[in-house]
Design a protein around this ligand. Structure first.
Ligand SMILES: Nc1ncnc2c1ncn2[C@@H]1O[C@H](COP(=O)(O)OP(=O)(O)OP(=O)(O)O)[C@@H](O)[C@H]1O
Length: 472
């Protein structure tokens, strides 16, 4: 039934407008050369992507994988022509982009449907923008709706649909224009596990049938298994100090993919290692428009010893004391070391959930990552096994190695009444981070400082105050 719908959609679309010949397998559809991107920040520009050279060819599914903040969505938007690069070029079938990419259509994590339009009207939107006449528009939209399993829901409004059905509308709206490249920005991450699995499966079945209405797919994800399941090529972005291509994996597994195959697991492990491993990155030329030496993004550059760490070059990972203590205790329970991938699996977590906790243990000197394993240090083992009073003492000592916690503590010690407005630290951090990042940095520092009994925070007065024990 799906294939019939596909054929009819094809016929309807060809009736709508003459199309350029379908690209042959291997033809380069999208290409970036020396792509950099920096966003305007409070104090200059924040580099997000540096020197990206990437090609997307007809016939392939490319996954962009990386930690939160590594610039995956920004790269996708540059490829779609929705965001202009700061330097370098983005081309579609050899022609540099000067605006929105005519060969792409996007599926968003949040569905991005217009609530006042029906399913049919939402799907027709893309065609309307391309000047397709009403009759042909309606016919093509109905076929796309049929293709994606929404038959019968044409007159429903988004609020009447479940999350999975809404995302089907998102897919139908993108597929109806038969773009050469379907762009997907974490399309399954807002869905429950079963719905996501079902939709992913149906999509791949369509792709593997060889009659998908697009010639390539670019998928942004932070889910390694999803990338290995769907992609032909996985491009891992690193974020230290800004997004660059850290490694590319050719997947090369037969389709449909078998999750139980040893090769499937092996590849997950290799990608996991690349994402968690402390691989040194080259700090070469960054975005040309960026102020020298400014604006690191979350992710601590390697090789910076405790003495040279500053709040600018060593951001606090978004990890609460409860979270990082819980992880330390679990590792201690497994004998002081464990395989990170196994641990995440056992907990039913995704990589983005675990990595900030791992980074926090590393920053505090409680654990190190060696190969695939997270290994507690002596300090970390003592911390994990200590009673509350002792664990607070150990944590206080370790937290003072975290530059922002140290900055707040020493600034408060030098203040005549041992208090300081939060705005002071906000201003200092705003030179290096976006306002969202500043908030996250201060929230983490406050959580750590409170637990360590170094300082407290009065939210009403927006003021930090030195704890008596830290003053002593
Ligand atoms: N329009 C913008 N203006 C300023 N900064 C931005 C803008 N869009 C993104 N950023 C910043 O750029 C960095 C990269 O963001 P991006 O969304 O591309 O990363 P990502 O890898 O897709 O992250 P996530 O997985 O969390 O979505 C982040 O630090 C983000 O705060």
């Amino acid at each position: 039934m799906v294939l019939n719908a596909l054929r009819t959609l094809r016929t309807a679309r060809h009736a709508v407008a003459p199309r350029a010949p379908r690209p042959a397998d291997g033809e380069v559809l999208l290409e970036t050369v020396g792509l950099t991107k920096a966003y305007a920040g409070a104090d200059g520009e924040l580099p997000v992507l540096g020197g990206i050279d990437l090609q997307v060819r007809a016939g392939e599914v490319v996954a962009l994988l990386g930690k939160s903040g590594s610039g995956k969505s920004t790269l996708l938007r540059c490829l779609a022509g929705l965001v202009p690069p700061s330097s370098g070029t983005v081309s579609y079938r050899g022609a540099p982009l000067t605006g929105a990419n005519p060969g792409t259509a996007m599926v968003f994590q949040t569905f991005a449907l217009l609530p006042w339009l029906t399913v049919l009207q939402n799907v027709e939107l893309g065609l309307e923008a391309r000047g397709v006449p009403a009759d042909a528009r309606s016919q093509a939209a109905r076929q796309a709706i049929d293709l994606i399993g929404l038959d019968g829901f044409e007159s429903a409004y988004p609020k009447e649909l479940s999350g999975g059905m809404r995302q089907r509308v998102g897919f139908a709206r993108a597929l109806v224009v038969e773009p050469d490249v379907l762009m997907m920005d974490e399309p399954f991450s807002a869905l429950d596990v079963l719905t996501a699995e079902n939709l992913r499966g149906e999509l791949m079945e369509l792709w593997e049938s060889g009659q998908f209405p697009t010639r390539a797919i670019v998928l942004v994800t932070h889910n390694i298994e999803e990338a290995v399941l769907m992609a032909d090529r996985i491009v891992v972005l690193g974020s230290r100090p800004y997004g660059t291509i850290r490694e590319t994996f050719e997947v090369g597994l037969e389709r449909p993919r078998d999750r139980d195959a040893p090769a499937f697991d092996e590849l997950i492990d290799r990608v996991y290692r690349t994402m968690t491993g402390r691989v040194k990155e080259t700090h070469g030329a960054g975005p040309s428009s960026v102020r020298g030496g400014q604006a690191p993004l979350p992710g601590r550059p390697e090789g910076i010893g405790p003495d040279r760490r500053t709040p600018a070059n060593t951001p606090l990972p978004g990890a609460s004391v409860d979270g990082l203590s819980g992880l330390a205790e679990m590792v201690a329970h497994r004998g002081g070391s464990c395989d990170l991938a196994d641990l995440a699996d056992d907990l039913g977590l995704e990589i983005d959930d675990v990595l900030p906790l791992v980074d926090a243990l590393d920053l505090l000197g409680f654990a190190v990552v060696t190969g695939d394993d997270l290994v507690l240090t002596d300090r970390g083992s003592t911390f994990a096994g200590a009673d509350v009073r002792r664990s607070k003492e150990i944590f206080a000592e370790a937290a003072l190695d975290a530059p922002l916690v140290r900055l707040i503590t020493t600034s408060l010690r030098q203040s005549p009444d041992s208090t300081l407005r939060a705005g002071f630290f906000r201003d200092v951090l705003a030179h290096h981070y976006t306002s969202e990042q500043v908030t996250q940095q201060l929230e983490t520092a406050t959580d750590w400082g409170r637990y360590a009994e170094l300082f407290g925070y009065d939210a009403e007065r927006e003021e930090y105050g030195l704890d008596d024990s830290a003053a002593a």
